[in-house]
Design a protein around this ligand. Structure first.
Ligand code: ATP
Ligand code: ZN
Length: 287
């Protein structure tokens, strides 16, 4: 019997497309993705890929057209019912925020009572207002939310922001965060056992790629009398590897460090006498 393929839905073209494809490639999954293609099959993993509009992905997953998908948490919360997020993916980071025209002297949320707010996220915004006891009028529009106040359609907006530059160029000021979002892997409930097995395999690889992203591989040379202090700074996966150098009384130290504290650690290492420090990216990390 041939193996049943797991079907994954990805955004066809947009902010999540490139990172979603790159993730699959880093997981060692090979496929062709010619421009304009709606469907593709992996050539070394039981995976079939569908390219869709992001807003439709939760629905397709719930209707079993696909088994899993990659979407922003914003889209899952707005359009999803039964599909669940099973893994945060660390890209597509943004926030859904309330913003007001610069002339609006905003101080607190209560000032939005009775106001008209334009958004493409009526469900999430409605829930947010309910939780905070705000009675505002939500105007659902399908795009270009940021121009709504200047054409007199709304008093404020609720829209996705990453840098805030779009808001700024439209004379708007961000005042509240409604939701923090990033891309997530979603799945329909009750996957059949064979598909679940394939998903577990994929998740194992995604975890390896994501832990690698948060870490760096570091190599350095150190005088032996400083080794102890240097090793203390470099816990590594188990403990650092120490190899003797051809030069007497010197060693080479290899280890793994967290991306976050990487600059700080490198500076301290240098001060402690480390030389020839090399820092490399890691593709996959299996713990
Ligand atoms: P589609 O044609 O697939 O419907 P779209 O225009 O709705 O595309 P994009 O703008 O490509 O969608 O955004 C896709 C997702 O990227 C968003 O739902 C959100 O999760 C994420 N994202 C990250 N940063 C931003 C941002 N600054 N603005 C909008 N979305 C962002
Ligand atoms: Zn969309």
């Amino acid at each position: 019997m041939t193996e049943r393929k797991l079907k994954i839905a990805l955004q066809k073209s947009g902010r999540l497309s490139e990172d979603s494809l790159a993730l699959l490639k880093k997981c060692g999954i090979g496929f062709s993705n010619g421009l304009g293609k709606l469907r593709s099959e992996a050539n070394n993993f039981p995976l079939e890929i569908f390219f869709l509009r992001d807003d439709d992905i939760p629905q397709y997953v719930e209707d079993k057209v696909a088994d899993i998908g990659i979407v922003g948490e914003n889209v899952l919360r707005e359009n999803g019912r039964d599909a669940a997020a099973i893994e945060k993916l660390g890209f597509g980071k943004c926030r859904l925020s309330l913003a007001v025209p610069k002339s609006f002297e905003y101080e607190k949320l209560q000032e939005l009572n009775g106001k008209r707010i334009a958004t493409t996220y009526p469900k999430i915004l409605g829930e947010f207002f309910k939780e905070n006891n705000i009675n505002a009028e939500i105007h659902t529009i399908s795009g270009s939310v940021e121009i709504a106040p200047s054409i007199g359609l709304a008093d404020a907006v609720c829209d996705l922001v990453s840098s805030g530059s779009t808001l700024f160029t439209n004379g708007l000021r961000e005042v509240e965060t409604v939701l923090n979002s990033q891309a997530v892997l979603i799945s329909r409930p009750d996957l059949e056992a064979d598909l679940q097995k394939t998903l577990d395999k994929l998740l194992f690889r995604i975890n390896a790629v994501n832990s690698a992203k948060q870490n760096k591989y570091i190599l350095l040379n150190a005088p032996n009398e400083k080794l102890e202090e240097i090793i203390e700074l470099l816990p590594g996966m188990k403990s650092p590897t120490v190899l003797p150098l051809a030069e007497k009384n010197w060693s080479s130290v290899h280890s793994v460090i967290k991306e976050n504290d990487f600059w700080e650690v490198v500076e301290t290492l240098k001060n402690k006498g480390a030389e020839g420090i090399l820092v490399l990216s890691i593709d996959q990390m299996i713990q």
